[in-house]
Design a binder for this molecule. Structure first.
Ligand code: 5AD
Ligand code: SF4
Length: 476
């Protein structure tokens, strides 16, 4: 997540696009095999790349940050909007240039775009050697071995069971303080605009005890924050095959919160139809469960929400927002908003604007609707809002959200927050950056003795729409 928010495209897939994962790799010996991986898309994709790195590690591949020395280049792709796919195609051209110079180089396409286009990818992009969907990463060593023999391979099998529960992710490009833990895969929601159910398959939850073990291991290795990831975490449900006991999301949260009071817990993404008061009360009960909820509204208008098949309406959503602030007055909420969905009128668009003010989002990820082939919306509704209208509405949404974020942040001036230090700020090695419980990024001058992974009280002195600045309490 970017320290400086670019509100035009703040979703992880854009702000982290192209970020290269690496860990220190041993020198290239000629025998050592190296892979280079780029990840696009949501946090789940970044988390998946760490699973891929672990699987490849088992067969002797080490990560490298330099594609020029890699034996294998992988690109973990996103299909959520057309723009995400265009970016991937451009990167493939760059990789293909490498391959023309080094014919032994292997190139693999992973993730959602691999799943969506399947074998077609090999026809369209002749220099790609393997196409691997999100549930088929265990097959990578076999596919790589095939590619080494010059065989092209595709595995886009979607599983009802795969959760990679037993794989210990290799933490790539890690700050050593914060980490993702994937708690479920797939999605059963069928929002009409969304390609995810087709690229990531049916929803399934991971064994609670393997999640706990991963959280404990991270804590023992010095990590101080975990983000539990799923397409819809509120529908997490794992049945213990031995006892028949069922663990729901609120119970999982509580279990992870008890790993250690100094281990912070975040989670993403919540669905407004599923987030229960039980989850909210559990959040309130534990200081180390962060007071921040990403609760995408998508649209503020009930008719559009129905067309989107979100299965809640404006009133329901507003009720959930009221419940959040009632149970946790210090909680922040963020959102995803789509402008110009099929048939959206100006009045309906106004309701998305008024929702930003009602919910007082600390920030939002905002998008113009992009029709995705094969989705229910593409099949049933005309993509009839002109592109320039979508963009203008998007600009209005961004402008309003920037103002609301600014006011939200300005109200923090003078307050003191417990901040988990993540590392140096982007601009200066004289400053640290870290987040408060509400997920706001806070930059402050370093103080002797403090290190990444420490908690420190910081008093806020300045605010923009994207960042807070402050000083360590007592140093004012
Ligand atoms: N067009 C625009 N935005 C989309 N999203 C998902 N599908 C589309 C689409 N077809 C947005 C939603 C979702 C976020 C991850 O991406 O807001 O919550
Ligand atoms: Fe993109 Fe969605 Fe796939 Fe994540 S799950 S990579 S956001 S298409």
């Amino acid at each position: 997540m970017a320290e400086k928010l670019d509100l035009s495209f703040t979703k992880q897939e854009e702000s982290r696009q192209g970020e290269v994962f690496f860990q220190e790799a041993p020198a290239h010996t000629g025998q050592q095999r190296l892979f280079y991986i780029e990840s696009y898309g949501c946090q789940m994709n970044f988390s998946d790349s760490e699973i891929v790195a672990s699987i490849l590690g088992e067969v002797g591949f080490q990560p490298t940050r330099e594609m020029e020395v890699a034996d294998l280049i992988l690109i973990n792709t996103c299909s959520i909007r057309e723009k995400a796919e265009e970016t991937v195609r451009k990167r493939l051209q760059v990789f293909n240039k490498q391959k023309r110079q080094r014919p032994d180089l292997m190139i693999g396409v992973l993730g959602c775009m691999a799943e969506r286009l399947k074998a077609k990818f090999l026809e369209e992009e002749k220099l790609v050697d393997m196409v691997v969907g999100p549930d088929a990463y265990r097959d990578l060593p076999t596919l790589v071995a095939g590619a080494e023999e010059g065989e092209k391979g595709v595995n886009v099998f979607l599983s009802r069971e795969e959760t990679y529960a037993d794989i210990s992710p290799l933490r790539l490009d890690s700050n050593g303080v914060t980490a993702f833990i994937s708690i479920m895969r797939g999605c059963d929601n069928m929002c009409s605009f969304c390609v995810v159910p087709y690229t990531r398959g049916r929803e399934r939850s991971r064994n609670s005890y393997s999640i706990l073990a991963e959280a404990q291991d991270l804590y023992d290795r010095g990590y101080r924050e975990v983000t539990l990831l799923g397409q819809n975490v509120d529908s997490y449900k794992w049945e213990n095959p031995e006892t028949g006991d069922v663990v729901n999301f609120a119970q999982l949260l509580e279990m992870v919160a008890q790993v250690h009071p100094d281990l912070r817990i975040r989670f993403s993404t919540s669905h407004p139809k599923d987030i229960t008061d039980e989850v909210l009360y559990t959040m309130a009960k534990y200081e180390n469960i962060c007071k921040y909820i990403h609760l995408p509204v998508q649209s503020g208008n009930s008719r559009i929400l129905k067309l989107m098949n979100r299965t809640y309406d404006r009133e329901w959503y507003m009720d959930r927002v009221r419940a959040v602030y009632r149970i946790m007055p210090d909680c922040t909420i963020s959102s995803d908003i789509i402008t110009g969905f099929c048939t959206e009128t100006e009045e309906e668009h106004q309701e998305s604007l008024s929702m930003i003010e009602f919910a007082k989002y600390s920030m939002s990820y905002m998008f113009a609707y992009s029709e995705r082939p094969g989705t229910p919306a593409a099949k049933k509704y005309a993509d009839d809002v002109p592109e320039e209208v979508k963009k203008r509405r998007l600009d209005e949404v961004i402008r309003l959200q920037t103002q609301v974020s600014y006011h939200h942040n300005k109200a923090d001036i003078g307050k003191t927050f417990k901040v988990l230090i993540e590392g140096d700020s982007r601009r200066s090695d004289q400053e640290f950056k870290g987040r408060n419980s509400q997920n706001k990024m806070i930059v402050f001058p370093k103080k002797h003795g403090l290190r990444p992974g420490d908690y420190v009280d910081v008093t806020i002195t300045e605010a923009t729409s994207a960042t807070l600045r402050g000083v360590v309490k007592g140093e004012e």
